[in-house]
Design a protein around this ligand. Sequence first.
Ligand SMILES: C[S@@+](CC[C@H](N)C(=O)[O-])C[C@H]1O[C@@H](n2cnc3c(N)ncnc32)[C@H](O)[C@@H]1O
Length: 322
Amino acid sequence: MIRKLKSKPVFPISVTSRACVESFLLRLVVGFIVHHTSMVKNAGVTKPTRAPRTLSAHQQKLHARLEGAQFRMLNETLYTTTASEANALMSSDDGTLFRAYHAGFAAQCARWPRNPLDSVLAALREFPSSAVVADFGCGEARLAKEAPQSTVHSFDFVAVNERITACSMSSVPLSDESVDIAIFCLALMGTDYGAALAEARRVLKSGGTLLIAEVASRFEGIPRDDFVEAVERIGFRYSKGHPFLHIAKNDGSARGGSSASRKGKGRRKKRGGNGGGGGGNGASKRGSDFFSHFAFDTVDNKCVDWKEAGLPSLKPCIYKRR
Ligand SMILES: C[S@@+](CC[C@H](N)C(=O)[O-])C[C@H]1O[C@@H](n2cnc3c(N)ncnc32)[C@H](O)[C@@H]1O
């Protein structure tokens, strides 16, 4: 005997209010997708997003929360997986996840005392315009747009504009010793970030420069020298007097740092404290306390495999819910 099954309502609410909830959720999701699709068309540099105007204030609040949650989830994933896992995730769609991540990242940047990319740009003005630059984990490649150098190779998982080459930064399509300056601005993200540093070493010319900017809280509990010495084992030497460190310490104002001090001379003595320590998300901190900066030159001897270099596991930069 076939018994007719009575289907139970999914929500313990009336049909009318369920329809209301469903229609509201649908509008929310559609609004979200439409909003992100419009960013696809403006695939330049993403600005912090705003909810579609058709939503009520309450819906806008929910929309912002959804976006924030999505950004925090993607961000945490990028810090806690390997490059290949992150690549599989980020390149699994038409770039929607990547754009969602960068919309959240842009909102986060707007809260910081300054954007470390500005210090990198100021440092690049100290180099000749003919220097070849490689930007590892370039995001939306603002660096390539604004740097004074005419050749900037920009690498990230997804190419949201024509300046970017889509790839994992642990395997970039450049030949050995073809680059003068390698940049990692907030880009040491995966658990195997050493592979990307080793790749930078491969493509850097002899006498090339590696510049790193990271959120200082990622180094909490990690002696600065442990990180520096591990990077040195991959084929670099810390460059204590580098103009980048000076510029960054002065919150991005490009004072000092003559071009004569630039390539190699007089900056290979001691390493030591620049920025570092502190961290957290408090925008009241000076930029130089908030971010850690490192500058290295290549050396031609004593390279070890990055897995043997003893690179510390950096803390993920986890953003608070707002
Ligand atoms: C926090 S964003 C910073 C973007 C840019 N450098 C800036 O300062 O505006 C870090 C970027 O690095 C990218 N990234 C992280 N690990 C990567 C990897 N293994 N290969 C390629 N891109 C990577 C992420 O996709 C993200 O776009």
